[in-house]
Ligand binder design. Sequence first.
Ligand code: ADQ
Length: 436
Amino acid sequence: MAHHTNVLSFVMAGGEGSRLRPLTANNCKPAVPFGSGHRIVDFVLSNLVNSNVLANYLLVQYKSQSLEAHVQRVWQAGGQVPKRCVTVVPPRSGQVFQGTADAVYQNIDLIRRHKPDVVAVFGADHIYRMDVQQMIDFHQRSGADATVAALPVRLDECHQFGIVETDGEQRITDFREKPKTSSPMPGSTSHALASMGNYIFNADVLLAALERAAGTGATDFGKDILPAMVRTHHLAAYDFTTNEIPGVAGFEELGYWRDVGTIDAYFEAHLDTLGAQPRFSMANPHWPIHGADPTAAETAQCHAMQSVVGTGCSLADGASLERSVLRSGVVVERGAQLERCIVMDRARIGSGARLRGVIVDQDNEVPANECIGFDAERDRQRFQVTDSGVVVVPAGFFAPRPVVVQPARNLLPSLPFLRPKRGTAGEGVGGLGMAV
Ligand SMILES: Nc1ncnc2c1ncn2[C@@H]1O[C@H](COP(=O)(O)OP(=O)(O)O[C@H]2O[C@H](CO)[C@@H](O)[C@H](O)[C@H]2O)[C@@H](O)[C@H]1O
């Protein structure tokens, strides 16, 4: 039965995340922070590990340093999750992953070595809960060669997704990657069935498909492999809306799933997690999202005024928070007001500052009485502002004051080589992400 199925997973974490700029200036997309203590990659990894899939390979390439450090701390050290349940795999030196299928092809030896029954190929960029075992059960029951997880999306969003058509019995009859237009799915006038970028393959089918594709320029599952497989194989669509997660509250959105590929989608998904009756609750003990510092949830976190506050934050008298997320070590000085804001680790908000609809990235000390999010014209002159008016203060914009090491003045003239270049100690702090 499915629970004894040997599963190997590849999690695709090599995306550049260009539409999340400037948040991806120092992080790849899966490493971008989410909520008060997580990173985006924690959702897919929690889903796999909670589903008892314990052999997971995370395929990385761009700006993967912060991702690797995070995976090492949370997913390899043991503690919250079984030890070494995730292995990070960058391309071999001098190589790049040309696309998702090429990334798996370059690691085909892992499939040969593990000899799994099925291979799960999952994206790393989404906010959701999913019991992967239920998808594997469905895959095996339907007798498919490969199964694509799918859910309805609005027709005007179809150009962002792989769109599947089925015969009504969950067998895929057509797969088109990001089509300009789509027709609605049966029984709907407004929605079509989209691929979530999560696939289950029978291992032998995947091996053969990758070998066949190699050298033909077919490098991507969505663009090349799946559309071709529809004609030669039995492909099934797994209906994500039937996936059942324990502990989901009645007020939450059924089948919550968000592609946080743009700043607006990323910002909205944060708001979805806030309040007493969130659309998506971060605190479900039956299906935990691992990755945050455990003390964050227990001791330092408070939900006052529909906000979350990460570990080691400090809020001065009269500071006010509304529908906001503070990550760890954030300082909000006296009288500062934050409304609908995401403040990244260790940023400081000066006294009396007023921020509304703002993402403050790391390495910022917002000056006292600064005002952002109230004057769109002025904001646009200084910052990136999204279509829905979210302002992004990039890392290092309000550079923290460097720590100046006082040189021993009387020694300097005779020992010029000791003269600190613009404050030695400040270099590490002030030197980060200073391009803006
Ligand atoms: N060269 C590479 N090496 C390793 N990892 C890489 C990679 N390039 C991208 N990735 C990762 O693979 C996943 C898919 O990203 P892609 O950019 O390939 O496709 P996209 O998300 O646009 O569409 C996909 O996901 C949507 C759902 O969001 C589907 O509808 C659509 O059919 C599907 O192609 C992401 O997690 C990304 O980080």
